[in-house]
Design a protein around this ligand. Structure first.
Ligand SMILES: Cc1cc2nc3c(=O)[nH]c(=O)nc-3n(C[C@H](O)[C@H](O)[C@H](O)COP(=O)(O)OP(=O)(O)OC[C@H]3O[C@@H](n4cnc5c(N)ncnc54)[C@H](O)[C@@H]3O)c2cc1C
Length: 399
């Protein structure tokens, strides 16, 4: 059955049949052609609108599509390597982009033809992101951007970036920001690796030296960047907190396998700890799955912060347990080459790598302290932190 804009798929079985028909008529060995056709058929992310990779269906039905493609051994779009693009940029463009922007960016983002990074953090602006100093000044049809960003994951291989810049220094910090889509191949973009505790340079510092961005690549209204960025940040927490992973995957899957295969390492105390972590991991996985299924059009609320917070804590405890279990053997580091990897690998690398990399989980995408503040204020309704700079123009803030 050909998929058209008017195809209606009332239930999971119809959707399953749609995927099977697609598989019968498209050759999975032609990876890129296959992925493009999958997007055009509305089978990329079924909850997106028709014409933009989806069929306007409930998000919960995505697992039906993913299962069918996976069972057929069809190529995927490597979601693990494309976390920023798929998890953060796409829902933000879907919500705030013009029709032209949606049509221009979503398809190559989904197929992985264009990689994305996130130019938010700066040396003086992390948790308090709204104080950022990168300036964007209007010049005809363009904006001219100057500043420095830091900790930019994947900037070394990104084609595009989501960028938050200050367009008005005379108003309080949250109000003078604007959100842009920045071509990373533009003149004036300089990317330098930053080596981290694992020995790798997953992230970078990025210098923006009078980079010109056309106004057509502004996302949302001038001065509305903070609101647009909230959509990105809330989606980031869901994206980092864990995908629709099967049971016993990630770092927990590795340690559970070691436990089964190496009985000589076991002690009653470790058994107790492993069971506790196994249950906590499963609770987090199922909570995450429930939140994902409840999302309407990819717009999570502040409760996503709880999933990310719990994931960071659990991943650190699980990777710590693995080191205790393996003792000296676990501390041996696999390789100290300064690689510039595309993604984080919690399953194929050494226990030492996993342990060190897990430390970053409680910093990236918002620190655990900030997530606790968000949960306290926006989920539990507790009194907010005092914010004395709320009404002070950004240019008058001490820096
Ligand atoms: C692996 C990794 C990848 C990253 N990738 C990216 C990326 O691709 N793009 C990007 O833009 N950024 C990225 N970041 C940056 C990350 O978002 C920031 O590091 C993070 O927001 C924290 O900011 P900061 O480092 O300036 O720390 P600070 O904000 O200086 O915080 C230092 C400490 O003070 C605490 N603190 C600060 N304010 C409060 C408060 N109000 N209440 C209680 N405690 C507080 C923090 O929780 C933390 O413990 C990445 C970071 C890591 C570790």
């Amino acid at each position: 059955m050909p998929v058209t804009a008017t195809t209606s798929v009332p239930d999971a079985e119809r959707l399953r049949a749609l995927v099977r028909d697609f598989l019968a008529t498209h050759d999975p060995r032609e990876r890129l052609r296959f992925l493009r056709a999958r997007f055009d058929a509305g089978l990329a992310w079924v909850h997106y609108p028709e014409g933009l990779g989806g069929l306007g269906l409930p998000r919960a039905l995505q697992s039906v599509v993913d299962e069918e493609f996976a069972a057929a051994g069809a190529p995927d779009n490597a979601p693990r390597r494309n976390l920023i693009g798929l998890g953060m940029v796409a829902p933000t463009i879907l919500r705030f982009g013009t029709e032209e922007q949606k049509r221009r960016f979503l398809r190559p983002l989904w197929t992985g033809e264009e990689a994305w990074c996130q130019l938010f953090s700066e040396p003086g602006a992390g948790s308090d992101l709204a104080v950022l100093a990168t300036r964007a000044v209007r010049d005809g049809d363009d904006w001219v951007v100057t500043g420095q960003k830091v900790w930019t994951s994947r900037a070394h291989e990104a084609d595009w970036a989501i960028l938050l810049a200050r367009t008005d220094p005379d108003v309080p910090k949250h109000r003078g920001l604007t959100y842009f889509l920045c071509d990373m191949h533009s003149p004036g973009v300089v990317v330098r690796p930053l080596r981290q505790a694992t020995g790798e340079a997953e992230f970078n510092e990025v210098f923006l030296n009078r980079v010109r961005i056309p106004d057509a690549h502004r996302l949302g209204a001038v001065g509305d960047g903070w609101r647009v960025a909230q959509t990105t940040l809330m989606n980031e927490r869901i994206a980092i907190g864990g995908g629709a992973a099967p049971r016993e995957t990630g770092a927990l899957g590795v340690v559970a396998r070691t436990w089964r295969e190496r009985p000589e390492l076991r002690t009653p105390g470790l058994h107790d700890e492993l069971l506790r972590l196994w249950v906590a991991w499963e609770v987090n996985r199922l909570t995450n799955e429930r939140i994902r299924q409840q999302l309407a059009n990819g717009q999570p609320g502040p409760e996503g912060s709880a999933v990310k917070l719990a994931f960071a804590r659990l991943n650190q405890r699980v990777t710590g347990l693995e080191l205790t279990l393996l003792a000296g053997e676990g501390l041996a580091y696999d390789d100290w080459t300064m690689r510039r990897p595309a993604g984080v690998d919690f399953t194929q690398r050494s226990p030492g790598y996993r342990y060190l990399r897990a430390k970053g989980n409680s910093i990236e995408g918002g620190t655990s302290e900030i997530l606790r503040n968000i949960i306290a204020e926006r989920v539990l309704g507790l009194p907010p932190e005092p914010r004395t700079d709320k009404d002070v123009p950004w240019k008058d803030l001490p820096r």
